[in-house]
Design a protein around this ligand. Structure first.
Ligand code: B12
Length: 488
């Protein structure tokens, strides 16, 4: 009986060690129930593997029962399809299953691609287990929830699978990957950071986010006990000194966050931590003392716009006053806040843009240590209300799966942004890298780069202060630096 499951994590397109090499968490989560049921799971990460082709060929020799490939919207689609093509050439009879955010949200168009005939929609843990069991016993899989496939040239979608119970999943088998290769130094002074999840989903309605379709605005916390067990394991096994909570929205319930914070003190030692998904409305009134005492160092907070009108239109659910309260509160702590902003919505006027830039200045005046995450142009991703809104403003979505590979904020053509305006927004994005300390903080210990960044910071500061964003010939050089992976 063949019980080999092979998961391959395709490159993302922006693959920089220490910056974007995060654990293939989707695969690790799916491997947990598979392993518990006796399946032999192998994970190959194209970003990490020195000789990827050789590793792939070796793994295929074992004739896996099922091969899984992930797809996030963007370049990962091309890499995923290239790998599928290679597998088909070597082993035409292989069962290849695609999963992840993109196939879940665009199953019909994805299935039109000749290399795709089977998709797992949504959370994969239970669906892949049932599919693997069906394949192992050579039985029919048409009764399994959460699948989309082609049958006699017809597309079939089985009913949607209800969300899984996150608290009854077997422990995540991290040892299936070489964890050392994923340890990162995201917090200055700490080199052994990994991602941890404390919940899935988000109840909010932001129009640019995948959550409304993917998680149906449901928020599901993992029990504090399990979270702490997971962290204890990461400490014991991999000696992590830091961690990033990568949830969509970690702070939905402050009492739960405080409970996690208190629990951290019971561990052999407390790793410092950051959180990627934090909202102003949830943080409003937060007891930061509790967070700091438990090792909190960084919080990423989505503000998106300095225009109340735009905040309302994108259904962000926060106000500028609320935001300033949070900025003031955090400025009194040692926590570094990363404030995220977006630009380029079709309803955004020059005045809204100016309001956003002015608001950023206001934040930086209140909190001189705050980081401003580089401003990106909002992108109409599948499954978001913005995907439909953008079409009302004349945006044409890609006609095929391959074309989704080119959807990325810098590349995507938006009819409401003329060439010069779009270039200016891209320039603002690059300049915003340098208006705070974030790049310099990351470059501690690399004096030559640091000097260059300090020097360019002066020019960027001048440009920012005088809003001179149109003619920036120095960006060719900066693009090269980016390729050398020193920017956040
Ligand atoms: C970590 C992360 C990253 C990492 C990369 C991930 C990695 N492994 O290294 C980094 C930081 C590099 C990254 C980059 C980007 N990301 Co990102 N990222 C995430 C984040 C926060 C967590 C991903 C994760 O591990 N989730 C936990 C696991 C358990 O969930 P999962 O991966 O979805 O997997 C489950 C299912 O999807 C399914 N599944 C997944 N794969 C497969 C495969 C098979 C075969 C099967 C059966 C099932 C299956 O089963 C899994 C278990 O239930 C998500 C948001 C989120 N909370 O998920 C955004 C998210 C995936 N990112 C997103 C985006 C937009 C980006 C960027 C484009 C952002 C940008 N503007 O630069 C870039 C991509 C740049 C590029 N081209 O390289 C979007 C994707 C939208 C879309 N339509 O695809 C998300 C959803 C964020 C959002 N709110 O919109 N990201």
């Amino acid at each position: 009986m063949n019980d080999k499951i092979l998961f391959i994590y395709p490159k993302l397109g922006f693959d920089v060690k220490d910056v974007s090499f995060e654990l293939p968490m989707g695969y690790l989560c799916m491997a947990a129930p598979l392993k518990a049921d006796g399946f032999d799971v192998q994970i190959i990460d194209q970003r990490i593997e020195k000789n990827f082709d050789l590793s792939l060929r070796r793994a295929l020799k074992e004739k896996p029962l099922l091969i899984g490939l992930s797809m996030m919207t963007g370049q990962q689609i091309t890499h995923s399809l290239n790998i599928a093509g290679e597998i088909r050439e070597i082993q035409p009879e292989a069962t290849i299953v695609f999963g992840g955010v993109h196939p879940t949200l665009m199953p019909d168009q994805t299935l039109l691609h000749p290399l795709v005939d089977l998709i797992v929609r949504g959370e994969g843990e239970q669906t892949i287990l049932e599919l693997a069991q069906a394949l192992r016993s050579d039985s029919d899989f048409s009764g399994i929830e959460g699948l989309s496939y082609t049958h006699d040239s017809e597309i079939v979608h089985t009913p949607e699978r209800p969300p899984i119970d996150l608290n009854t999943q077997p422990p995540i088998p991290y040892e299936l990957v070489d964890v050392d290769k994923y340890l990162m130094g995201q917090i200055p002074g700490y080199r052994r950071s990994l991602d941890v999840y404390t919940s899935r989903g988000c109840p909010c309605a932001c129009i640019y986010c995948y959550n409304q379709s993917f998680n149906k605005r449901r928020w599901r916390p993992i029990s504090t006990e399990r979270i702490l067990e997971n962290i204890r394991y990461l400490i014991d096994k991999f000696r992590i000194d830091s961690m990033f909570f990568n949830d969509d929205n970690m702070f939905v319930s402050l009492p739960r966050v405080y409970e996690i914070c208190e629990g951290l003190h019971e561990l052999p030692y407390v790793p410092v931590w950051g959180s990627v998904g934090s909202r102003v409305d949830s943080l409003h009134g937060c007891d930061y003392d509790k967070l700091e005492k438990s090792g909190c160092k960084h919080l990423y907070i989505g503000i998106e716009s300095g225009s109340e009108r735009i905040l309302n239109q994108i259904k962000k659910g926060i106000t500028l006053d609320q935001t300033l309260d949070v900025v003031r509160d955090i400025s009194r702590t040692d926590i570094i806040a990363h404030y995220n902003f977006m630009t380029g919505f079709p309803m955004e006027t020059g005045i809204d843009l100016k309001d956003t830039l002015d608001f950023i200045d206001q934040i930086m005046t209140i909190d001189r240590r705050a980081y401003i995450s580089s401003l990106h142009i909002a992108t109409p991703y599948p499954g978001t209300p913005y995907y439909f809104m953008a079409q009302e403003y004349g945006w044409k979505p890609p006609d095929s799966l391959e074309e989704w590979s080119d959807i990325y904020w810098e590349k995507t053509e938006m009819p409401w942004l003329d060439k010069d305006y779009k270039r200016m927004l891209s320039n603002i994005s690059i300049i915003s890298y340098f208006i705070d300390h974030k790049v310099a903080d990351r470059l501690q210990g690399r004096p030559l780069f640091l000097a260059g960044v300090w020097l360019y910071g002066k020019l960027a500061g001048f440009r920012w202060k005088h809003r001179k964003f149109n003619f920036c010939p120095e960006f060719q050089l900066l693009k090269r630096l980016n390729e050398w992976s020193i920017l956040e």
